[in-house]
Design a protein around this ligand. Structure first.
Ligand code: URA
Length: 258
């Protein structure tokens, strides 16, 4: 392999490592004013540059071996388990409180999320944030937000079967680590996957289901509301109905209008 290609690969791996560390809440160490004398490259660091370095590319064991979100994120590493890795800028693991009482599950990152490496930061995310803050009186830090697939499907298409299959164990583990009191699935794709049946979301939203013994409230995807501005009032009203059920379940005070 040419030196130039090697360098490109190394920078690619470094970028992914830094992203993975940032997801874990770790910042790079400050650079000392005068660098310590060079004593040779540590052996472990060299491993990260190998294409099949286990810690970064595959992790060890299974997702179930990992008891914290940080460890699970590290296990996922610079994931190449399905074809979605080819088009992603950043893997979007999820964010929020590891002790959240409420977890929101979307479908998969869109363009803005792929760039930011964070879930629900685009137009749909603005609406979801408003629901959390103005509707529920919480903050994004109080809840946990993640997706069925962690890498952006090209052109925002639905994730395909093999992609969901590759990524689902990570979502399951995230939920099992957090063990929220309620899961709110946003839209058809996440509702179908968690409730394990075909769903017409406009008909079956607002009806409690269950995933891993945790109550699931399926509701409309905020992007659906953004895409249907002429029905905004009606659709927001439906989501508000579902949100009120969640709040009642959590014992949160329901305000008169969200
Ligand atoms: N839509 C989703 O389903 N998830 C995101 O993170 C953003 C948009």
């Amino acid at each position: 392999m040419k030196a130039e290609q090697e360098l490109i690969e190394i920078f690619g791996h470094l970028k992914n490592m830094i992203g993975a560390h940032r997801d874990m809440g770790l910042e790079p160490p400050p650079v000392p004013a005068s660098a310590p004398p060079h004593t040779g490259r540590p052996k472990e660091a060299i491993n990260y540059f190998l294409p099949d370095a286990p810690a970064i590319h595959k992790g060890t064991g299974t997702p179930d071996n990992h008891d914290t979100l940080e460890a699970l994120r590290s296990h996922i590493g610079d994931c190449r388990r399905c074809k979605l890795h080819k088009g992603r800028t950043n893997l979007v693991f999820g964010e929020g409180s590891p002790k959240a009482r409420l977890v929101f599950v979307g479908e998969g990152p869109g363009r803005d999320e792929d760039i930011a490496g964070k879930p629900f930061v685009g137009e749909a995310g603005v609406l979801l944030t408003r629901i959390i803050e103005r509707g529920m009186g919480l903050t994004r830090k109080d809840v946990y937000i993640c997706n069925v697939v962690k890498c952006r499907p090209p052109g925002n298409r639905d994730p395909e079967r093999d992609e969901v299959k590759a990524c689902f164990p990570f979502l399951k583990r995230q939920i099992d680590i957090i063990r929220p009191e309620v899961i709110c699935t946003l839209g058809r794709v996440s509702s179908q996957e968690l409730l394990d049946k075909d769903i017409k979301i406009t008909r079956e939203r607002g009806i409690w289901g269950s995933f891993m013994g945790i109550p699931v409230m399926p509701t409309l995807h905020p992007a659906y509301i953004v895409r249907n501005p002429s029905r905004e009032r009606e659709l927001k009203g439906q989501v508000w109905e579902d949100v009120q059920k969640i709040m009642a379940h959590l014992g949160l005070e329901v305000k008169k209008n969200g």
